[in-house]
Write a protein that binds this ligand. Structure first.
Ligand code: ZN
Length: 418
């Protein structure tokens, strides 16, 4: 047997042995496990990737629907009366009115129209991925999320003059219910002196104060739910981080600076077309841009934000329909997931920022798939444990790659096993 034959036989033996190497399952519950079985890549240049807080990471683009889930903002309503009780419609009717307002607020979100400005724009009109849920507080004996209060001192809303109280939090301090987890909405009549004044013009107004909103108006004999729905969506926009859109400083390039015209007139600068953006003052207030949606959803996934607590924790309940990765995906931005993630053969998923996995949920990497932990914190935001990373592979060091600082938390105390 000459040397060439020997070499050939050795090669064949190695090929034979490696092809016989069986796929095994590795359950990785900690970073120690990942380091043991995975391969480390050098840290990438942090300047070349988007920061976790960039709004671009939170936009509900169609391609992000793989992992995007609909959020629900918990709300309750407080209707304020004075002891005469004639300044707002009776409570029973008011509850019905607010139901119609909520319904219209949802309709407006769902129909998010194209932006009017700038003329000729290509700004996509995307589906906002949030809605409202009226929330009762049975612990306070409330079963429908509606409250009526009679208070001669605090019942009114006034945004002009000596007695203006629009920025006052008094009524919130006195009557808010669970405003750490529920957006409290105060419905308040305009002060009667103001209505009686000759210079008063009928208008509705609102203000967002922390995790509460005050909205006023409702004086007319026949108020229209849709007028208040626009204002309500606008104030909720403020709560979740949006600034007025007509200014330069709202952090969004897709909301052009504009003269903030309420409606079209015959005179400049309101000859039109005029803005239809939710965060301008106009008679439509409907369009929400990708940047604005990115800011709202960023707030919802910012674990340090008090506003996040107003969002129902749908990510705490395990959803058995998995997210299936079949191509190359790089996820940036904080996420709160309720599902398993399955990385199929030939696919690759890179994770970064903060990702909460639901109770028992797993990240499963099939034979031939690749998972990259790229400066990610994997945890469970609900005080439970999640199921960790499962690798089905002949060569785990090709299936799990890590770089930078990674943290795996809340996978329980179970010992890792091979
Ligand atoms: Zn505003």
């Amino acid at each position: 047997m000459n040397n060439t034959t020997l070499t050939l036989l050795t090669v064949l033996l190695v090929v034979f042995l490696s092809s016989c190497k069986k796929t095994q399952t590795y359950t990785l519950l900690s970073m120690e496990d990942v380091i043991l079985y995975g391969s480390e890549l050098p840290e990438s240049d942090p300047n070349t990737r988007l920061a976790c807080s960039a709004w671009e990471n939170y936009v509900p683009y169609p391609e992000n629907m793989l992992w995007f889930e609909q959020e629900k903002i918990r709300i309750n309503f407080h209707t304020m009366y004075d002891s005469v009780g004639d300044k707002l419609m009776p409570f029973k009717e008011k509850r019905m009115f607010l139901w119609y307002m909520m319904d219209n607020a949802h309709l407006r979100l769902r129909s998010n129209p194209k932006m009017n400005l700038p003329v000729g724009n290509n700004t996509p009109n995307l589906q906002p991925m949030y809605m409202y849920e009226i929330t009762a507080s049975p612990d306070t004996n409330n079963f429908n999320g509606h409250y009526a209060h009679v208070d001669d001192e605090l019942y009114f809303y006034l945004n002009k003059g000596k007695h203006r109280n629009n920025y006052s939090k008094e009524v919130i301090k006195k009557y808010a219910i669970h405003d750490d987890t529920i957006l409290n909405v105060f419905v308040m009549p305009v002060h009667p002196d103001s209505v009686a004044s000759k210079t008063y013009k009928q208008h509705n107004a609102g203000v967002a104060l922390g995790t509460s909103v005050k909205i006023s108006g409702f004086w007319e004999d026949d108020p229209k739910p849709w007028e208040y729905a626009a204002m309500f969506n606008h104030e909720v926009g403020h709560v979740f981080g949006l600034a007025h859109a007509w200014t330069k400083s709202d952090g969004c390039e897709d909301t052009p600076v504009n003269p903030n015209c309420f409606q079209k007139t015959n005179k400049e600068p309101c000859k039109g077309p005029i803005s239809n953006n939710l965060m301008d003052y106009n008679n439509e207030q409907m369009a929400i841009t990708p940047c604005q949606l990115g800011i709202i959803h960023r707030t919802m996934h910012d674990i340090k934000s008090k506003k996040r607590k107003l969002v129902k924790q749908r990510w705490c309940k395990y959803n058995p329909n998995p997210i299936i990765i079949t191509d190359v995906q790089e996820w940036n931005g904080n996420k709160d997931l309720s599902k398993d993630i399955i990385v199929k053969s030939g696919a690759s998923l890179s994770l970064s920022c903060r990702i909460s996995m639901a109770k028992g949920a797993k990240i499963i990497v099939e034979e031939g798939g690749k998972l990259v932990l790229d400066n990610v914190r994997l945890h469970n935001d609900c005080g439970d444990t999640w199921g960790g990373i499962k690798i089905h592979s002949r060569n785990p060091n090709q299936s799990i790659i890590f770089r930078g600082t990674n943290v795996i938390e809340n996978t329980g105390t179970q010992l890792s096993k091979v």
